[in-house]
Design a protein around this ligand. Structure first.
Ligand SMILES: Cc1cc2nc3c(=O)[nH]c(=O)nc-3n(C[C@H](O)[C@H](O)[C@H](O)COP(=O)(O)OP(=O)(O)OC[C@H]3O[C@@H](n4cnc5c(N)ncnc54)[C@H](O)[C@@H]3O)c2cc1C
Length: 307
């Protein structure tokens, strides 16, 4: 039984004597997201391994909100923080193991960039696009992350995870229900890893591809800024950045948040932005784009938490 009179992390710890992972109260999410904004997580859990995660989820009361974060490169966390439990996988889930048949087993906490490097080392082609995406594999599996014509769904063989009841699950590529920057796999599943496949390829050719990816990033995107990546999805038949530019929003600023001068579909925390500044700026951009072009932009960045 969970004692509701105690702070959440304390009451969960007391109700789960065999828990081995790290469960803390009040971790500021601004410290673990790319935008560097966002209030505290009521409780943040980093499991020791998959069994520990399953133990935790099987005992977590159904009415406690649950959200999984990766490296926070696609998240805008609001200033009031996250009620309930935030799960963040760490090192125990960061393994990368090349297998025969140009396949790779990868943990959800492995950084995309590390996967690209490991594939190069193993002479496995088809992973160079990950070199420029600043998230981890769990986020890539959920967001169907992609770049330069390749998407995560083209590499996935099967995905492993634990659902809200604590059951370990395996999803085939088809069961992940992939579409543009989206998976329709149940929202409550915490992905723990995946089996992926590429094709055998010369290491020097892979290196060349990765260098091209890095050069493209540096010239086209504000990658050294505090940002959340592409803010809005490209509407069918349109480019979000062109619509934003045409609406006169390049460089537009609210509080400490600004539309990037370099790439209009990126919003930037120029130093002291709050989550509210960034969200208000995004909503104002949507309003101006709608007024100038009639097109409704849809957020690609996930906005989470309470204001
Ligand atoms: C400078 C910059 C450039 C970018 N360029 C690209 C790009 O070229 N292509 C592209 O696709 N994206 C790009 N992004 C966006 C982002 O990097 C990707 O969406 C990435 O896949 C998110 O991974 P993450 O670990 O940061 O996830 P987070 O941002 O932490 O979370 C994103 C979503 O994934 C879910 N999630 C994370 N981990 C798990 C897990 N283990 N189990 C279940 N759900 C999980 C979260 O709940 C959330 O819904 C860019 C971002 C930045 C800041």
């Amino acid at each position: 039984m969970v004692d509701r009179s105690l702070p959440l992390a304390e009451s969960l710890s007391a109700a789960m004597p065999d828990l081995r992972g790290r469960l803390v109260s009040g971790q500021l999410l601004a410290d673990v997201t790319w935008f560097r904004v966002g209030g505290p997580a009521e409780a943040l859990f980093s499991p020791a391994d998959e069994d520990d995660l399953a133990y935790f989820l099987a005992r977590l009361p159904e009415d406690v909100p649950l959200y999984t974060i990766g490296l926070g490169s696609n998240l805008l966390v609001r200033d009031g923080g996250m009620p309930g439990v935030v799960i963040r996988l760490g090192k125990p889930f960061a393994g990368i193991e090349p297998l025969d048949g140009a396949r790779i087993r990868v943990g959800a906490a492995a950084a995309d960039k590390r996967l690209a490097l490991a594939a190069e080392e193993a002479g496995i082609g088809g992973f160079a696009f990950y070199f420029g995406i600043p998230g981890a594999i769990g986020g890539a599996l959920r967001m169907n992350a992609g770049a330069l014509g390749t998407e995560t769904c083209q590499r996935v063989v099967e995905v492993y995870g634990v659902d809200r009841t604590g059951a370990k699950r395996t999803f085939s590529n088809a069961e992940m229900g992939y579409s543009y920057r989206h998976s329709s796999a149940p929202a409550d599943v915490v992905f723990t890893g995946a089996l992926m496949a590429g094709e055998p390829r010369d290491k020097a050719a892979i290196r060349e591809e990765m260098t091209a990816v890095a050069e493209h990033r540096e010239t086209a995107q504000p990658i050294k800024s505090r940002t959340g990546g592409s803010t809005f999805k490209n509407p069918p038949g349109h480019s979000a950045w062109k619509l934003i530019d045409a609406a006169g929003c390049r460089g537009f600023r609210i509080g400490g948040a600004q539309v990037s001068e370099m790439h209009c579909n990126f919003l930037i925390n120029v130093g002291d932005a709050t989550g509210a500044d960034i969200e208000t700026l995004g909503e104002e951009v949507r309003r101006r784009v709608k007024a100038s072009s009639g097109v409704s932009l849809e957020w690609e960045i996930k906005r989470i938490g309470v204001a």
